[in-house]
Unconditional design. Structure first.
Length: 131
């Protein structure tokens, strides 16, 4: 008998055993982890950039500069387990700071640009495309 056939059967059997005979269902108290993708886009010029989620630093880098050929400077991704988080971007040497509420289930991709001397956020469900 092939292992590829036995593996799903074994997984289902273990799931039923662990949950008292019924397939595992997420507990209402169990938290779903989601990934937020953060892209630093237009307007960065040799900047120190700090990004925080709910006060926790998730990105900190100096010398961040936009590649004008693709309108992207840098980026990161981080896992979150809350339905809504407060995202803050800080450019301390330029005294610029802004924040935005983000619901990862609705918009897991966040673009941050500097426009008209202010940080601006762009939220969307799909990944940003770069050339």
């Amino acid at each position: 008998m092939r292992l590829s056939f036995l593996l799903p059967v074994l997984v289902l059997a273990l799931g039923c055993t662990a949950s008292g005979g019924r397939p595992n269902a997420r507990s209402s108290r169990e938290v779903k982890t989601m990934t937020i993708h953060i892209d630093l886009q237009d307007g960065f010029q040799n900047d120190e950039v700090i990004v925080r989620l709910d006060g926790k630093e998730v990105f900190h880098k100096s010398g961040v500069t936009t590649d004008i050929r693709i309108s992207r400077a840098d980026g990161t991704e981080t896992a979150v387990s809350k339905p809504e988080v407060q995202m803050e971007v800080d450019l301390p040497k330029k005294h610029l700071r802004a924040s935005q509420r983000v619901k990862p289930a609705e918009a897991s991709n966040v673009g941050i640009s500097i426009r008209d001397g202010k940080p601006q956020f762009r939220l969307q469900a799909t990944a940003f495309l770069y050339m």
